[in-house]
Design a protein around this ligand. Structure first.
Ligand SMILES: [Zn+2]
Length: 169
């Protein structure tokens, strides 16, 4: 399992809902968590491993207890605005400022099939918004402030150039 990097097409696809939680799903979620920890990330969405399903893993220290896997997550309420500093495992070396909601309410299922309703703000709220965006093919570069977009334009072009060259091999 590897992390898919920008501008791979799968990162732009709308991921499919998970219909049934089986052993395969549980195993993949475990592997995603491992990969996330190895990569020193705090969130990872299934499309980032090349799997177009609505599943995300999140571990923000001391929050959410043992819940780390969220299936078919949806934002059901968003309030306020919050300017966050973000990075993304699919964009090595890129960080930027992104306008987010200050607090969100998320509905999702855990691996036991239990329905969760979570109210999250601050960093955790941002991670939920960032990861759920991935499931809709939306990337943080789409929502960056004009200043951050400009600051990263050259690096993004370079990613696109390298990707095209690899595709052509
Ligand atoms: Zn990301």
């Amino acid at each position: 399992m590897n992390i898919v990097t920008y501008p791979a097409e799968i990162l732009r696809e709308k991921a499919e809902p998970i219909e049934e939680i089986n052993d395969d799903i549980c195993r993949t979620a475990d592997e995603m968590l491992e990969l996330m920890y190895e990569s020193e990330g705090i969130g990872l969405a299934a499309p980032q491993i090349g799997w177009s399903k609505r599943l995300i893993v999140i571990d923000v220290k001391d929050e959410l207890g043992d819940e780390k896997v969220f299936i078919n997550p949806a934002l059901v309420n968003q309030e306020g605005t919050f300017l966050s500093d973000e990075g993304c495992l699919s964009f090595p070396d890129i960080t930027g400022k992104v306008m987010r909601s200050e607090t969100v309410e998320v509905v999702a299922f855990n691996l036991k099939g239990e329905k969760l309703k979570i109210k999250a703000g601050g960093l955790l709220g941002v991670v939920f918004q960032h990861e759920i965006d991935h499931l809709n093919g939306v990337l943080f570069i789409d929502k960056m402030t004009p200043g951050s977009s400009l600051a990263n334009a050259k690096k993004l072009k370079e990613f696109e150039r390298i990707y095209k060259r690899v595709q052509a091999l």
